[in-house]
Design a protein around this ligand. Sequence first.
Ligand SMILES: [Mn+2]
Length: 424
Amino acid sequence: MRIDKQQIDQHNTDLQKVHQKRFDFAKSEITNPESIIQKLIDFNVAIPSWALGTGGTRFARFSGAGEPGNLEQKMEDIAVLHALNNSSGAISLHIPWDIPSNYTAIKKLATDLNLKFDAMNSNTFQDQKGQALSYKFGSLQNTNKAIRKQAIEHNIEVIKHGIELGSKALTVWLSDGSCFPGQLNFRKAFQNTLEGLQEIYAALPSDWKVFVEYKAFEPNFYSMTVGDWGQSLLYANKLGPKAFTLVDLGHHLPNANIEQIVALLLMEKKLAGFHFNDSKYGDDDLTVGSIKPYQLFLIFNELVEGMDARGMNHATDLGWMIDASHNIKDPLEDLLQSIEAIMISYAQALLVDRTSLNKAQENNDVVAAQEILQSTFRTDVRVIVAEARLRAGAALDPIAYYRNNKIRESLIKERGVNNITTGL
Ligand SMILES: [Mn+2]
């Protein structure tokens, strides 16, 4: 399934008049629209290979139809998103769910589809068919040295797959931890994990990074061995300059001040990047911006401020990825919504009047500082985001295009109703 460029042009022509009117108004309200639009055009968020199918809960999974059944089809789905929004030009692979059978063919397909390979993800949170030793009691933390060794070797294998594809980073998320008090010696678990990560780190090519992702709870419910940003930062600092802390928005305890965490990790040059999603209660993996859009804006506000303070390139110096699950929606529509929410928050953060905000902060003018952020958050920048898409040759209204042109129906015709995405 490939999107026809002429059909996108037709879609844009149909919407052009209304769009132009709105854009002219926005331009008159916003001080630096051109610089914001260029930054939006450059900004991309990777799509993980596991986000293209319908996810489940621990109770049930209600499959969608026309889902991608192999890596090639997953890449084609992401290319559909990228053609529609110009902001989804990378795929993040999960090993072993997405081991390419032919690197050359997969790389050629990526080039044809205009996709890059983002960070590689290892998996020691479940046992694979035929696997010698079990991760029931953890992987890198395990009291059994042979199990630790198996987990280390798996991560090194993931790096090797990534080298073949041109990826530049490994994301390690460990489900390691304990479910009951007394089960684990915290210090030994930490040390075993650190030693394992050190061996993995030693296998990284010189231009690679390793991202240490943390999570407060689940699947372990008493302790997690990489449970919060402090623990992740401890590992990253001990590992060295190629190791960073990865923030997944759903991996905090309720009400954590994620924007402050982001600001400090950036200051310490240890922020790897993001897994975007949203949540009401725990690691809910809901559509980005669907529950707490103001928090998303505040996070982007810190990101832009912190990256500019260090002269970083917004588009390339951090890793941006969606990590959400879609239980009741069409995954592709859900991903379009998530990317749109990210682009809106990013555009708003670019719009913040930093000189005035700094001044208000220096003068302890609490009301002025709050007004600056809230009035920016309440500015409608959707037309600016749409203009960036238009200039990049993507669709003014991606979801309308997707529905009007019956993309899912075409995918069902092509793949059938019973295709199930690998890994889900
Ligand atoms: Mn994640």
